[in-house]
Design a protein around this ligand. Structure first.
Ligand SMILES: Cc1cc2nc3c(=O)[nH]c(=O)nc-3n(C[C@H](O)[C@H](O)[C@H](O)COP(=O)(O)OP(=O)(O)OC[C@H]3O[C@@H](n4cnc5c(N)ncnc54)[C@H](O)[C@@H]3O)c2cc1C
Ligand code: HEM
Length: 404
């Protein structure tokens, strides 16, 4: 809780902070990276360039302030969970909160100038630290659960045991611990952060990849789509590096599995809806159910450009044989060819949310590009699926419209 006097000051200055959010964010990153160039290796340079993440941090502080002073009814728990899991997967430390806090407050002062009286500065500092302490505590719990001791790095070396070309643009990497230690179990839907040194003086970059294989398989698998730059934008840094530079026998640095979203939640009927590379958490769910709950009713609705671009499709005949209650509905925009031995309903075009088969008590998980996810979520809510039974993963910063 904010002190009463700080709450009044924060409430009064919220509009000014919101109105200058972009400028504050821009100055904040500029200052912080000048003073701490080593942090460039932790932040996602693609997101910095496109602006996707730039505003996320400052926007979260403002949203938290709104929550504290009671001018927002945003459910705050899921937002905190998402941030804490992402931070934990990146190995963010308590000491780094001091750096971020210092530069964020300095940026507020620079941009708002004389409006930032000592009382205003103190009220926002209090807000920042309330949020920071909550995140540090959540992250400490996540590190502890993952078996990472205080001050220990999250990174562990994993050796590429196999590379499997899934489609022209998608490769799976099968990974085993390079230190010979055990392979930790994971809940389907969890992701790992992968840290790579890009070489040629380009430093390190970190990205998240959902574990796409079976928990308990004795190895981990990630399935990576190569991101190609369009309209003059550069190719994706890490996905291109993984595709072009990482071979069998090479070592990658991986975090433990993190993520607040399970892709096989609950126990009754399960509906998985995915598009493109968003199929990876759904495949982990199917692999897990095939091994642990083969009679659970499960439907996979998957959308792709064409049969040939549908990653991990060749796993479906085996999974369908292991899961007698599996129903497949595939939507292909360009062609509807099926591989041998796969029985599925195939539709042409893009997924129509009205045609997604629903059972009243189903748990739903979905993942794909943002417009697809907004459309699917809107359709499911309109058709009466309670929000509490809908889980989703966003393959980038942020949450869906209406949630954050
Ligand atoms: C929880 C989670 C799970 C995920 N799971 C998977 C998964 O299972 N499989 C998978 O393939 N991906 C997954 N992702 C996505 C993955 O983490 C990466 O975002 C993806 O691989 C792209 O990273 P990149 O380094 O190749 O691209 P980046 O270099 O980050 O580029 C991203 C985009 O920004 C554009 N861009 C970069 N710089 C500029 C610039 N200067 N100007 C204009 N545009 C620019 C690029 O053209 C590209 O379109 C997941 C993400 C999250 C958050
Ligand atoms: C109170 C303080 C902080 C808040 C409110 C905050 C908020 C956020 C938010 C909202 C995201 C996006 C999460 C998502 O949806 O994926 C994020 C990601 C991230 N945060 Fe923080 N953060 C804070 C502190 C820090 C600190 C101390 C660091 C370390 C220097 C840090 C580094 C990162 C990085 C590297 C990402 C991922 C960004 C990317 O890959 O583009 N954050 N944070």
């Amino acid at each position: 809780m904010l002190t009463e006097s700080s709450a009044a000051v924060v409430k009064a200055t919220l509009p000014a902070v919101q109105a200058h959010g972009e400028a504050i964010t821009g100055r904040f990153y500029q200052r912080m990276f000048e003073a701490h160039p080593e942090l460039l290796d932790i932040f996602n340079r693609g997101n910095q360039a496109t602006g996707a993440q730039r505003s996320a941090l400052a926007a979260a502080v403002v949203a938290y302030a709104e929550h504290l002073v009671g001018v927002s009814n945003l459910p705050w728990g899921p937002v905190m969970d998402r941030i804490a899991h992402k931070h934990a997967s990146l190995g963010i430390t308590p000491a780094q909160y001091t750096i971020v806090g210092r530069h964020l407050m300095a940026a507020v002062g620079e941009v708002l100038g004389d409006a930032v009286t000592p009382e205003v500065a103190a009220a926002w500092d209090e807000t920042y630290w309330l949020l920071a302490c909550e995140l540090v505590a959540r992250e400490a719990r996540l590190y502890h659960t993952a078996g990472i001791g205080e001050g220990e790095p999250v990174w562990r070396p994993w050796r590429v045991e196999r590379r499997t070309r899934e489609t022209a643009d998608v490769v799976s990497f099968t990974l085993v611990p390079a230190d010979g230690g055990p392979v930790p179990d994971f809940v389907p839907g969890r992701y790992v952060s992968v840290a790579v040194d890009l070489g040629e003086g380009r430093g390190q970059q970190i990205r998240q990849y959902s574990l796409s294989g079976r928990p308990g398989a004795g190895h981990w698998q990630i399935t990576v789509k190569r991101v190609r730059g369009i309209d003059g934008a550069p190719d994706g840094m890490v996905s291109t590096f993984l595709h072009e530079q990482v071979a069998v026998g090479d070592t990658l640095r991986l975090s433990p599995p993190f993520g607040e979203v399970a892709s096989a939640p609950g126990a009754g009927p399960l509906l998985l809806v995915s598009a493109g590379i968003g199929v990876t958490p759904a495949m982990a769910a199917l692999e897990h159910l095939a091994a642990t709950a083969p009679h659970r009713p499960v439907t996979l609705v998957h959308a792709d450009r064409a049969g040939g671009t549908h990653a991990l499709r060749n796993q479906l005949p085996r999974l369908a044989a292991a899961l007698p209650e599996l129903r497949l509905h595939l939507w292909y925009e360009e062609d509807g060819d099926l591989i041998d031995g796969l029985s599925a309903e195939v539709s042409a075009g893009r997924v129509d949310p009205e045609l997604i088969p629903l059972t009243p008590d189903a748990h739903v998980h979905f993942c794909g590009p943002l417009p697809f996810m907004n459309q699917v979520r809107g359709g499911l809510l309109r058709r009466g699926v309670p929000a509490g039974r809908i889980a989703y993963e966003v393959f980038g910063p942020g949450m869906l419209r209406g949630d954050a």
